[in-house]
Design a binder for this molecule. Structure first.
Ligand code: AQP
Length: 333
């Protein structure tokens, strides 16, 4: 039976990229009636420095973001990673399965470690082994993510395959990445060649889930574009990353294909298209931001949701970890 798992780091505020690439699709998977498990990956967040007070706040705000985006803690399991110790325990086993050479090829490590890789944390290097554990501790079959996580999911498959092969078992499933829709890679509003990211120094490069209507409209109005009007056909977007990005965002927000959107807006000037996009973005995003701030008023309730989710997650993870230990040859109950 299919089981969906995915996670988001509480490493700062959420962006439109996280919403369209992840949260919106998480809610859709849940509403399709599949078993869904969603995690605030706080252990991943600390692979780079996090101020403890900010981490606590970001974790609760992320939980509010999940719920405001339509993830229902009654229907989905919603929790934070550190509270289900089995993630870290399975990650250790996977640290012993994964190879140094595999990790060295990870482009996210290279990007995040930057020039001074010697000074990166060991956790940042081992990040994909923990991510494999997050997924496989539930025997998850499907993982909805943005395009940037594709390489890590391939590594998850490699780890499962090597574990099964080394121990002569058919225990861990070979997980399918689900990278679908028009917005699997939302780009910066200032630079069509860079991913929209919560850690970009320029706040104008992204739409935050906490932005109000005026801010959203202003950021779209000021979004970088080229001087030509929109092309009349999809092929005309090929060499125009900024135009392509805005069209992709429009398509994802309105649940249409890029082709459908181009039929409506092809040939329009940006001065006409941008207000349409701004209206759409405000209409979809501001109820989410209002709901997030409402939920953030009741911290005790958020903590209760997380604790309850962790209990349900543990009930699935614990027997899978026990079985893994048994396969590996650990003595104990
Ligand atoms: N720009 C994006 N377009 C589509 N999907 C995106 N995701 C992130 N950015 C985009 C998807 O959101 C999920 C959670 O991401 P994450 O919190 O684990 O971290 P990230 O991918 O590192 O996100 P950021 O915003 O870029 O954070 P920083 O700036 O801290 O590195 C994933 O499914 C991801 O694909």
């Amino acid at each position: 039976t299919p089981r969906v798992f995915s996670g988001i780091q509480p490493s700062g505020g959420l962006t439109l990229g996280n919403y369209l690439g992840a949260l919106k699709r998480f809610a859709q998977a849940q509403d399709a009636g599949v078993e869904t498990i969603y995690c605030m990956v706080d252990l991943h967040a600390i692979t780079v420095w996090q101020d403890p007070e900010k981490l606590r706040h970001a974790t609760r705000e992320l939980c509010a973001g999940f719920i405001a985006s339509g993830v229902d803690p009654e229907k989905s399991i919603l929790f934070n990673q550190s509270q289900v110790a089995e993630h870290a325990q399975l990650a250790w086993i996977f640290n012993c399965v994964a190879r140094m050479g595999w990790m060295k090829r990870m482009t996210q490590f290279k990007d995040k470690a930057g020039k001074n890789a010697e000074n990166a944390s060991l956790g940042l290097f081992g990040y994909p082994a923990l991510m494999a554990a997050d997924i496989l501790i539930y025997h998850a079959t499907h993982v909805p993510v943005g395009e940037d996580q594709k390489q890590h999911l391939e590594l998850t498959r490699d780890i499962a395959t090597k574990f099964n092969h080394d121990y002569g078992v058919d225990f861990f499933p070979i997980t399918e990445p689900v990278i679908e829709g028009a917005a699997t890679r939302v780009m910066s509003l200032r630079d069509g060649s860079k991913k929209m990211s919560k850690s970009d120094p320029s706040d104008m490069s992204r739409i935050n889930l906490t932005d109000n209507a005026d801010t959203i409209a202003k950021k779209i109005r000021k979004a970088k574009t080229d001087p030509e009007p929109l092309p009349s056909e999809v092929v005309g977007l090929a060499e125009r990353p900024e135009a392509r990005n805005l069209i992709n965002i429009y398509a994802a927000l309105s649940d249409q294909s890029v082709e459908q959107v181009m039929r409506d807006v092809g040939g329009k000037a940006f001065s006409e298209f941008k207000p349409m996009l701004a209206d759409l973005a405000v209409a979809q995003m501001s109820p989410i931001s209002t709901e997030m701030s409402r939920l953030m008023q009741d911290q005790a309730e958020i903590d209760r949701v997380l604790a309850e989710g962790a209990g349900r997650a543990r009930a699935i993870a614990a027997p899978i970890l026990r079985k893994t230990y048994e396969i590996v040859g650990m003595v104990g109950a």
